[in-house]
Design a protein around this ligand. Structure first.
Ligand SMILES: [Zn+2]
Length: 493
């Protein structure tokens, strides 16, 4: 039944959300979740907040499949078949089962899904799903919405997908939209069991203005994936808020790269956090995710794989040189590691190289999206099989900050030993901020989940003994490359 509370909250006689969710469940969610739970109405075209959790038992029915059109070439066809075998959500093309389809799918890969199409698609999927919510977590400079899709409820693990932070790298976004549908509407036992333990969060378009303009940067010309420390962009701030509020165990960041033949030509590249402030356990889980799950999954699906940022010899396969993928903390893969999550960067090649790829752009687009989806299937398999180790690693990482022991690194990487100057061997017990500094960076510290102790004068102490201990010197120590304020080290708190 729709209660008066929910009726008044949406201003309509009744809304489906309150029809399908118990009030205690709403209260529970409202008490723990950050979403604007008091707007559970989905009337109208614009999605404000939507979360339906029917207790209706799902029956059998047609499993859901990546809805790719029949590939034209043998290579693409094999990839699609292999993808069906590895994707955790089973098969049956969306167009055959009447499932909502993206603009990309409708066009056979000839064009990318527009943002109005995205809104309509998410609305249609949510309409049919008993486990999906959509909320706005911000808006861009050009007033486009930043959306967060929530699939399932938090029980154990949380997996966050950030899709196409770089607006001119669209394949990941298409994979995210398809994954939202396939997870939200799946009826097969395997996917339902997966979602019983794992809540999947998706930011389907992490840089809406950049996507609209087909640019890497946002409308202000800022690279959002270099903004995860400064939080100068609406996009970066929205993602930081999601990480703070949902504490994901995995942050999976979808990108694309340009090839550099003959050294940098793989279909899929991935990388874990190289920043040395990610704990060993979190780092190792992320590396396992990359090397033991994602790369084998994409190779089984018929794609080639490698490590992001490393050129390899075309004959021997040996590393030649590193061109990207360092440890800087302002990149989401690394920020996520410092913030206790298994961060993962996933990149698909967007440069056509073979004659077949050059001759049929739509087929090559499908190839890129299929590669993204194959990688994602490996990530889902990892979470399914590693959930306990993953949760232990992320929990231990959070707790380590409370012990307030050990060095903090302002440089170096897991493949580049830090210099003495890059090692704060014995960090202070806190950083003092004056009133002006608190005014200037207080919001950013809050978005990072950093606790501060305010004085009556307006100044503040930022103690290191807290979950975000390793992050704090990166924000407030003048030795850190991307510090947002020069805090005064305090030796006795
Ligand atoms: Zn990128």
């Amino acid at each position: 039944m729709c209660t008066g509370r929910w009726r008044s909250s949406c201003g309509r006689p009744c809304c489906c959300s309150c029809r399908t969710r118990s009030r205690s469940a709403w209260r529970s969610r409202a008490a723990t979740g950050p979403g604007d739970i008091h707007r559970p109405c989905r009337h109208g075209v614009t999605l404000r907040y939507l979360l339906r959790t029917s207790r209706r038992q799902l029956g059998g029915g047609a499993p859901v499949l990546p809805s790719l059109r029949r590939p034209r070439t043998i290579g693409f066809a094999l990839s699609a078949i292999a993808l069906a075998l590895v994707f955790p959500v089973a098969s049956a093309p969306a167009h055959a089962s009447g499932q909502p389809r993206t603009g990309f799918e409708e066009s056979g890969g000839a064009r990318w899904t527009t943002q109005p199409e995205e809104a309509e698609f998410l609305g249609k999927v949510a309409e049919r799903s008993d486990r999906m919510g959509v909320e706005e977590i911000g808006s861009t400079r050009q007033d486009r919405p930043l959306r967060l899709v929530t699939i399932g409820e938090r029980r154990a693990n949380v997996m966050l997908l950030t899709c196409s932070q770089h607006g001119d790298e669209p394949a990941g976004r298409e994979a995210c939209l398809a994954a939202v549908r396939d997870l939200a509407l799946a009826k097969d036992q395997r996917t339902r069991r997966f979602l019983e333990h794992t809540q999947v969060l998706v930011i389907p378009t992490a840089n809406p203005d950049g996507r609209a303009a087909d640019t890497r940067e946002n409308a202000d010309g800022v690279d959002v994936n270099r903004d995860h420390v400064a939080l100068a962009t609406n996009e970066g701030r929205a993602m930081a808020g999601v990480i703070r509020d949902h504490k994901p165990d995995v942050v999976y960041d979808l990108h694309e790269f340009g090839a550099e033949p003959p050294y940098y030509v793989k279909d899929v590249l991935s990388l874990w956090p190289r920043n040395l402030n990610a704990t060993d356990a979190v780092h190792d889980e992320a590396k396992t995710l990359s090397e033991t799950y994602i790369r084998p999954a994409v190779e089984r699906a018929g794609f080639s794989s490698g490590v992001y940022g490393i050129w390899t010899d075309p004959v021997t396969g040996e590393p030649v040189k590193q061109v990207a993928g360092d440890g800087q903390e302002r990149i989401l893969r690394n920020t996520a590691g410092v913030k206790h999550a298994a961060g993962l960067l996933l990149e698909t090649r967007q440069t056509p190289l073979t004659d077949a790829e050059k001759e049929d752009p739509a087929a090559f687009n499908r190839h890129r999206v299929s590669a993204q989806r194959a990688a994602l299937s490996g990530a889902f398999a990892y979470v399914r099989e590693h959930r306990q180790a993953l949760e232990a690693a992320t929990a231990a990482s959070r707790e380590r900050g409370l012990a307030d022991r050990g060095p903090v690194y302002v440089g170096g990487a897991d493949n580049e030993p830090p210099t003495e100057a890059q090692t704060i061997a014995d960090p202070p017990c806190g950083y003092a901020l004056n009133t002006a500094q608190v005014t200037e960076v207080g919001d950013e510290l809050a978005l990072h989940g950093v606790q501060i102790s305010r004085e009556a004068t307006g100044s503040a102490l930022v103690p290191l003994r807290q979950e975000q201990r390793s992050l704090i010197p990166l924000l407030l120590d003048e030795r850190a490359t991307y510090h947002i304020a020069k805090g005064r080290p305090v030796e006795s708190c």
